[in-house]
Design a protein around this ligand. Structure first.
Ligand code: CP
Ligand code: NVA
Length: 309
């Protein structure tokens, strides 16, 4: 049985296999063909943070696969009143077939997975957002930009930056990350990614200069400067991130064929300009839709692995 906690746990072949499956199911869905890949299966969805895309993609996804999703807000289940993760896991995983969790510290999802009888999917932790990167790479594939891919991530060294690091390190493409001083990516996640990059041939550059990162890139991406849980730091962060907005001028430094991606929600006038969000280069809504398809790929793949075990 496998969990889906970080992309670092997956090989290049596995990531591409999941995406091929996702694409196949996407094509079927577009043709309004809904096959029961996971009949009568239940997906428990535990949310300790807000969500639009993750909730809707997993809940719709499991339904279209023949199963059902249970939305479990931590405000409504005993977890929010202090029931331990280990107990929550041992109870819920005896009743459902798969669990998706959105939480704070990554160690919490590891704790849940350790006690779980069923596959656990990371729907975002403070450190990682792997399911988002599956949708992002699917969008890059569809845009025909996987050859000689040069991705530039401009902004906070957060969960999105870390999952980009993992993806590049596994798939072997060039990734440049530009953050302000003091907002760099986690040193140990970077070190592990650089280690994996030796095997894949990925070229990873870390800088404090957004222009250097974006120059000649084929994918430009960013994320909010204020992640969930950091709301009290907003004023300081907005000051510290001055000069890091992805605007039309910055996009001009990228290749003409470059696309703009953002996991959303986006804050226009902060990490990205309105103009870039609404430009032809922006594939943000294709990317958001691909959450549905990519998440189905992840669920069906994990379900099959569990059956094989
Ligand atoms: N990108 C993303 O995970 O969005 P939600 O927070 O709306 O789920
Ligand atoms: N970095 C953001 C991503 C939201 C999808 C956060 O963690 O809030």
């Amino acid at each position: 049985m496998r969990h889906f906690l970080t992309l670092a746990d997956y090989s290049k072949d596995e990531i591409l296999e999941i995406l091929t499956l996702a694409k196949q199911i996407k094509d079927e869905t577009k043709a309004r063909v809904f096959k029961d890949y996971m009949p009568k299966k239940t997906l428990g969805m535990i949310f300790e943070k807000s969500s639009t895309r993750t909730r809707v993609s997993f809940e719709t996804g499991i339904y279209q696969l023949g199963g059902i999703g249970l939305f479990l807000s931590s405000n409504d289940i005993q977890l929010g009143r202090g029931e331990p993760m280990s107990d929550t896991s041992r109870v819920i995983s005896r009743m459902v077939d798969m669990v998706m969790i959105r939480t704070f510290e990554h160690s919490k999802i590891e704790e849940f997975a350790k006690y779980s009888k069923v596959p656990v999917i990371n729907g975002l932790t403070t450190e990682y957002h792997p399911v988002q990167l599956m949708a992002d790479y699917m969008t890059i594939q569809e845009a025909g930009l996987t050859e000689d891919l040069v991705a530039a991530y401009v902004g906070d060294g957060n969960n999105m930056a870390h999952s980009w690091l993992n993806l590049a390190a596994k798939l072997g493409f060039e990734l440049r990350i530009a953050t302000p001083k003091g907002y760099e990516v986690d040193a140990s996640i970077l070190a592990k990614s650089l280690e994996m990059a030796k095997l894949s041939g990925a070229k990873i550059t870390i800088t404090n200069d957004p222009k250097e990162a974006v120059k000649g890139a084929t994918v430009v991406t960013t994320d909010t400067w204020v992640s969930m849980g950091q709301e009290s730091e907003k004023e300081k962060r907005v000051k510290d991130f001055a000069g890091y907005m992805v605007d039309a001028e910055m996009m001009k430094l990228a290749q003409d064929k470059a696309i703009f991606l953002h996991c959303l929600p986006a804050y226009r006038g902060y990490e990205v300009s309105e103009e870039v969000m609404e430009s032809k280069q922006s594939l943000i809504f294709e990317e958001a839709e691909n959450r549905l398809h990519a998440q189905k790929g992840v669920m069906v793949w994990l379900d099959r692995k569990r059956d094989e075990a």
